[in-house]
Design a protein around this ligand. Structure first.
Ligand SMILES: Nc1ncnc2c1ncn2[C@@H]1O[C@H](COP(=O)(O)OP(=O)(O)OP(=O)(O)O)[C@@H](O)[C@H]1O
Length: 380
C-alpha cells in the first residue's frame, strides 16, 4: 500500500509574463513546501478574511532553477524501483497551459525530460532483476496514443511519416476487458530490443502530436498523450496532459479544442476527488466516474491504484496565473490523498516460475559465495 506521490515544479517567468509587467508570486520555500502570494490581499491583511500567503506541502517541490537532472533523480527513485520489481508505474504531468508539462516530460534537444531519460534506462532496470531466459530475451513493447477532442489516435500507426499522413486515420475505440481493464482496440504495440529503438519510436510519435500556437504558448499541446512501455509484464505509463486554460488566453480558433480539454480535465478532477474520498477510511463512497471521459477511462487502472504513480504538477510563478496556479496546487493536494495498492500482474503459473527462478538465483549466489553450509544448517 502506498500513497500517490506528488511533485510540484515551478517554471521560470516567461518573456511574455515579464513584458506584461507581471511579478513572481510562487516560491518553493523548502524541499516540500511552496508559498503562493495573493497580491490582492494587502500586506497588513487588515479587514480581509483571505490569506495573503498560502502554503502547500507536497512530496517534492522544485523551484524555477531546478534542472532536468534533479527532477529525474527524484522520480527515478520511485519509478526505477517499481520497474525492477515488476510493478506498474506512471508519471503524469498536470498543469495549466504553458506551465512546463511538455518541458518536464519530453524536454528539449540537448536537455531531455523524464520520458526519454526513463526510456534510456528501462532495459538497465529490467536486466538488474531479470532471471533465467529473461536475461537474454527481455519482452519490451511500446505504444503511443493521443486523445484529441475525445478521440483516440495511434501516434505510431504506419511505419513512415508520409504513409501515416496519407492514410485515413479513424479514431480507435476504447473497450474494457473484464480482467485486464480498459484498453484501446487496434492500438499497435511495437516490439523493441534496445533503448535506441524505444527512443526512436518516442520521437516519431511525438512529432505527430497535435500542437498549435496559442497566446501563451507557441507550441501548445492540444491533446493528452500516453506513452506506454510494457516491460516484461509491468507497465510504465508516461502521460503528458493537455493544459487547462481559459478561453480568453487561447485565441478563438482553439476554443473548441479547449472546451474538450477542459471537460476531460474536469472529469479527471472528479475522479481524483472521488478516489481521494474513497481512500479515507470513513468514506462510504463506492462510485468513481471513470467513464465520464476517454482520458479517465483509459487511465482507470493507473488512477485506481494498481500502479506506483507520480504526479508532477507544473505551475507558472507569474501573478497573472494566480488562480490557475492555486487550482493546480489544490488538485495536487487532493491527488496526494489517493492510496494505491499496486500488485504484480501475472498469472499463477508465471508467478511460480518466477519464484522458482528467484530461488535458483539465490541458491547459486550462496554456492558461489561459499555460503551453502550456513544455508543447509538452516534448512530442516
Ligand atoms: N522549467 C523550465 N525551464 C525553462 N523553460 C521552461 C521550463 N518549463 C517550461 N519552459 C518553457 O516554457 C514554455 C512552455 O512550456 P511547455 O510547452 O512545456 O508547457 P505545457 O505545460 O506543456 O503547455 P501546453 O499545455 O500548452 O502544451 C516552453 O517554451 C518551455 O521551453
Amino acid at each position: 500500500m502506498t500513497r500517490l506521490k506528488v511533485a510540484v515544479r515551478v517554471r521560470p517567468m516567461s518573456e511574455r509574463e515579464l513584458e506584461l509587467g507581471c511579478v513572481p508570486v510562487v516560491s518553493a520555500e523548502s524541499e516540500n513546501t511552496l508559498a503562493v502570494t495573493n497580491l490582492k490581499v494587502a500586506e497588513s491583511g487588515a479587514g480581509d478574511s483571505r490569506e495573503r500567503v498560502r502554503r502547500f506541502a507536497y512530496d517534492c517541490c522544485f523551484h524555477e532553477l531546478a534542472t532536468q537532472d534533479e527532477i529525474f533523480d527524484a522520480v527515478e527513485n520511485i519509478i526505477g524501483n517499481s520497474i525492477k520489481q515488476r510493478y506498474n508505474s506512471c508519471v503524469l504531468a498536470y498543469g495549466q497551459s504553458s506551465s512546463g508539462k511538455t518541458h518536464t516530460m519530453m524536454g528539449v534537444p540537448g536537455n531531455p525530460g523524464l520520458t526519454p531519460r526513463l526510456c534510456e534506462k528501462v532495459f538497465d532496470y529490467l536486466r538488474e532483476t531479470a532471471v533465467g531466459e529473461e536475461m537474454n530475451d527481455l519482452k519490451v513493447t511500446v505504444s503511443f496514443l493521443e486523445i484529441y477532442n475525445e478521440k483516440v489516435r495511434d501516434l505510431l500507426d504506419g511505419e513512415c511519416a508520409d504513409n501515416y499522413i496519407a492514410r485515413k486515420r479513424l479514431p480507435l475505440k476504447v473497450r474494457e476487458h473484464p480482467k485486464k481493464g480498459p484498453y484501446v482496440q487496434g492500438l499497435r504495440e511495437h516490439y523493441v530490443t534496445s533503448p535506441e529503438s524505444l527512443l526512436d519510436l518516442l520521437q516519431k510519435g511525438d512529432r505527430r502530436r497535435r500542437i498549435a500556437s496559442t497566446l501563451n504558448n507557441r507550441r501548445s499541446s492540444r491533446s493528452h498523450s500516453v506513452f506506454t512501455v510494457d516491460c516484461a509484464g509491468a507497465r510504465l505509463r508516461l502521460v503528458d496532459l493537455a493544459g487547462s486554460e481559459r478561453a480568453a488566453t487561447v485565441g478563438k480558433d482553439r476554443v473548441k479544442e479547449g472546451a474538450h480539454i477542459n471537460r476531460s480535465l474536469v472529469a479527471l478532477g472528479n475522479v481524483i476527488s472521488a478516489l481521494a474520498e474513497l481512500s479515507s477510511r470513513c468514506s462510504k463512497r463506492r462510485f468513481v466516474p471513470y467513464r465520464d471521459s476517454v482520458l479517465t477511462w483509459l487511465l482507470k487502472d493507473t488512477l485506481a491504484g494498481n500502479s506506483n504513480t507520480v504526479m508532477v504538477a507544473t505551475v507558472s510563478p507569474s501573478s497573472n496565473c494566480y488562480s490557475e496556479t492555486v487550482n493546480t496546487l489544490r488538485f495536487g493536494q487532493r491527488a496526494k490523498l489517493i492510496i494505491a495498492r499496486p500488485v504484480i500482474d501475472e498469472d499463477p503459473k508465471e508467478r511460480t516460475i518466477r519464484e522458482l527462478r528467484e530461488e535458483i538465483r539465490r541458491l547459486r549466489l550462496l554456492l558461489e559465495g561459499g555460503g551453502v553450509q550456513s544455508y543447509s544448517a538452516l534448512s530442516p
